[in-house]
Design a protein around this ligand. Structure first.
Ligand SMILES: C[S@@+](CC[C@H](N)C(=O)[O-])C[C@H]1O[C@@H](n2cnc3c(N)ncnc32)[C@H](O)[C@@H]1O
Ligand code: SF4
Length: 348
């Protein structure tokens, strides 16, 4: 189901709009949208056990999210990723996917995708594929059901596996995201890589980032990927790849499996020079950098008028403030989160 006419009308002025280029000459072509801050899991590195969530009234409606995403598409965004929280727990979310898919049909958008914990995938995989989604990211940090429950606090590994089966059966390509956690999955990462590649899936290993207070000491979780890579190298040999997704991952080919393995190392390696992305939260706040506090409110201009002029102006102004990079630090002097907001607010 698509939303009614006025939104499609707002899509129209695209050709006349100036594209988004930041002060460091980086073209902004990738938008990540956190459609909800809620989730059916409580991963230990992402949320505290007793999270308080935003009142529903503060959220943008699905129609407003569509309008905002479409404004970015009109400003030259070519890739749109819905994330969260868990995007598939937002009520009516398939309406938004379905509506946004019109931009794939017109060619304005190259890719519409999502990052999910997989818990609802069995239900939605086919519908996602029918919306023109080709590839998805599924987050999975362990193949052990007990460990899975411990990491996610509430999650059921069996459901995620069913979701992965359903997604592959529907023809969706999957990339697995695994967060490296000291003393939790570090001895299992090689098996997870072999499993993912055995099922034809790419995998990216991610360093824990200091986002939001999760009630645990980050030093206990943090495992530098240099150590992960050294350990994986005891079992696998790697060939560096040029393959780039415009994102922060650096990829290698694993010779023994033939599969692709990415490393995202925000803590030990800076990847900001090639940053092409910005993020909006489910309340319409635009973050120009995942690792900085500076933000712009797009909800007020969105609600102030039926025309998008004020939204475009607010986006243009915000992009002039996109910082050169972030400066996350986890060491013994910086045990508190570098940023107070959780990953589930800005989206991963
Ligand atoms: C915030 S989640 C949102 C989408 C969905 N719920 C999921 O888990 O895929 C997106 C990604 O961020 C990762 N993530 C969450 N908190 C993180 C942190 N503090 N450091 C590094 N990665 C984190 C998750 O593992 C997941 O791969
Ligand atoms: S990482 Fe994803 S699944 Fe886990 S708590 Fe955060 S939003 Fe939920």
């Amino acid at each position: 189901m698509n939303f009614a006419g006025p939104i499609a009308d707002l899509d129209r002025p695209a050709a006349a709009l100036a594209p988004l280029v930041d002060p460091y000459a980086r073209a902004i072509t990738y938008l990540r949208v956190s459609v909800t801050d809620r989730c059916d899991f409580r991963c230990v590195y992402c949320m505290s056990e007793n999270m308080s969530f935003l009142p529903k009234a503060d959220l943008l409606t699905l129609e407003e999210l569509d309008r905002l995403c479409s404004a970015f598409v009109a400003k030259g965004v070519r890739k749109l990723r819905l994330t969260g929280g868990e995007p598939l727990v937002r009520r009516g979310i398939m309406t938004l996917f379905s509506s946004l898919s019109r931009h794939l049909q017109t060619g304005a958008l190259d890719e519409l995708t999502l990052t999910t914990n997989g818990s609802q995938l069995a239900k939605y995989a086919k519908a996602l594929k029918d919306c023109g989604i080709e590839r998805i990211n599924v987050s999975l940090d362990t193949l052990d059901p007990d460990k899975f429950r411990a990491i996610t606090r509430w999650g059921d590994l069996g459901k995620v596996m069913e979701g992965i089966d359903a997604a592959q059966a529907a023809g969706l390509k999957i990339k697995i995201n695994a967060v490296a956690l000291k003393g939790v999955n570090e001895d299992e990462l090689a098996d997870i890589v072999a499993w993912a590649h055995g099922r034809g899936m790419d995998i990216t290993i991610i360093e824990v980032m200091p986002l939001g207070d999760v009630g645990d000491d980050r030093l206990d979780q943090y495992l530098p990927l240099s150590m992960v890579r050294a350990r994986l190298a005891q079992r696998f040999s790697f060939e560096d790849l040029d393959y780039k997704t415009g994102g922060p991952a650096r990829y290698v080919r694993v010779n023994e499996t033939g599969g692709r393995l990415g490393f995202i190392t925000p803590m030990t390696h800076n990847f900001c020079e090639s940053c092409n992305r910005v993020r909006i939260t489910c309340t319409g706040t635009l973050y120009m950098c995942l690792g900085q506090e500076d933000a712009a409110d797009l909800r007020a201009p969105l609600r102030a008028s039926e025309s998008n002029d004020a939204v475009y102006a607010a986006i243009d102004e915000a992009i002039t403030r996109k910082p050169k990079g972030h400066d996350f630090v986890i060491d013994r002097r910086h045990k508190r989160p570098a940023l107070s907001r959780h990953m589930s607010v800005t989206g991963g």
